[in-house]
Design a protein around this ligand. Structure first.
Ligand code: ZN
Ligand code: ZN
Length: 91
């Protein structure tokens, strides 16, 4: 699979995972999100990064294409500009 195929593959797989995790009981939803959805987001972010696309450093599960930067110049989406994870981790 080339990188574009990989990105499409993980985008499709993520949609399924997101739909599936909503089927379970509401009380389990947060747990199910971290167990069943986040790994797909992680893989999609990795694939996008490998494909040369920018990823938002504001949250480990953010998939919004970054169009702004935090105070230290890391790519973030506008929502995460003030909560950059790279900055937080290096404090
Ligand atoms: Zn973000
Ligand atoms: Zn930052």
């Amino acid at each position: 699979m080339n990188i574009d195929d990989q990105i499409q593959f993980w985008e499709r797989a993520l949609k399924h995972a997101e739909a599936k995790h909503l089927i379970g009981p509401a009380s389990m939803r947060e747990f199910a999100y971290y167990r069943d959805v986040v790994p797909y987001k992680y893989n999609l972010r990795r694939a996008r990064e490998k494909g040369g696309l920018l990823i938002c450093w504001g949250a480990f599960d953010c998939l919004t294409y970054p169009q702004s930067k935090c105070a230290n110049g890391h790519e973030t989406c506008s929502e995460h500009r003030a909560s950059c994870m790279l900055c937080k981790a290096s404090e």
